[in-house]
Design a binder for this molecule. Structure first.
Ligand code: FPP
Length: 255
């Protein structure tokens, strides 16, 4: 018997991988840098946006895979504050993906008790993008299962600077005393609050960088990299990453 109560009709071959996972050591929060969409498309002679479209479909697959083993938070890096530098057409295409993704997937996400969240700056996003994601957040606000958190218009340095500024204001106004400023207090000034820090970071496409993603929150996370481009990353690879995580001993600087 599989130790996991839910499994959503994905390919039977994944059951084998699920069975190898220790149900007592599931990471609470997994964060993913979904990289390599452009290269995936280029290798196939397709435009870059075709890679983003495939990447979007993969978000759903990996969400279901995470849900099936009881992960509580899945943060997906969908658009960084640096991604605005890309050609206008590509940015526009990426900004329209939530308009396709949510109407198509929301019923199944609700049926699976998934809660949609967003980490990032609302300012700067087109209204239609924001409305699509806010509607999904609203529609799933009473759900209690997996939090599918989209990092959208997000960048870690800007997040920390803005947190520092707000905290400094609160200290100056006497709302917070300097003695109260510790890691936990600072965490309250970050955009991810009150989500827990990621236990595991997955990055696809062979790049070995953090790229301004959750730099405070990833301090003690396990890092797992694969050469696969994001659209080629399947449930099986996700479960491989979880198994590798389970083999590692997390010491948090201790022995
Ligand atoms: C990085 O690959 C990927 C992105 C910048 C976009 C990721 C977004 C998705 C997968 C879809 C998100 C879905 C929703 C619903 C918001 P890249 O283009 O940098 O790849 P490259 O390095 O090969 O060029």
């Amino acid at each position: 018997m599989m130790p996991f109560k839910k499994w959503f009709g994905s390919k039977a071959q994944n059951d084998e991988w699920v069975e190898r996972i220790d149900a007592d050591n599931i990471p609470n929060h997994v964060a993913v840098i979904m990289d390599g969409n452009g290269r995936w498309a280029q290798k196939r002679g397709l435009p870059r946006i075709a890679g983003h479209h495939s990447g979007m479909k993969n978000v759903k697959k990996i969400t279901m895979a995470a849900n099936a083993i009881g992960i509580n938070v899945l943060t997906m890096y969908a658009f960084s504050t640096e991604n605005w530098k890309r050609p206008k057409e590509e940015v526009e295409y990426l900004m329209k993906l939530p308009l396709e993704f949510f109407p198509k997937e929301i019923d199944e996400l609700i049926a699976n008790n998934v809660q949609i969240r967003m980490t990032g700056w609302q300012e700067g996003l087109p209204n239609y993008t924001l409305e699509a994601i806010q509607k999904a957040i609203e529609q799933t606000k009473n759900n209690t299962g997996l939090i599918l958190n989209f990092a959208l218009n997000y960048g870690s340095r800007r997040e920390m600077l803005s947190g520092v500024k707000k905290l400094a204001e609160d200290v100056a106004s006497g709302k917070v005393t300097l003695d109260e400023v510790d890691e936990s207090k600072f965490g309250q000034y970050l955009l991810t609050y009150p989500l827990p820090d990621p236990d595991l970071l997955i990055r696809t496409s062979g790049e070995l960088r953090i790229s301004n993603f959750l730099m405070w929150q990833l301090a003690y996370s396990e890092l797992w990299f694969t050469d696969l481009c994001w659209p080629d990353f399947t449930e099986r690879h996700f479960y491989e990453a979880i198994q590798e995580y389970q083999r590692r001993a997390r010491r948090y600087g201790g022995l």
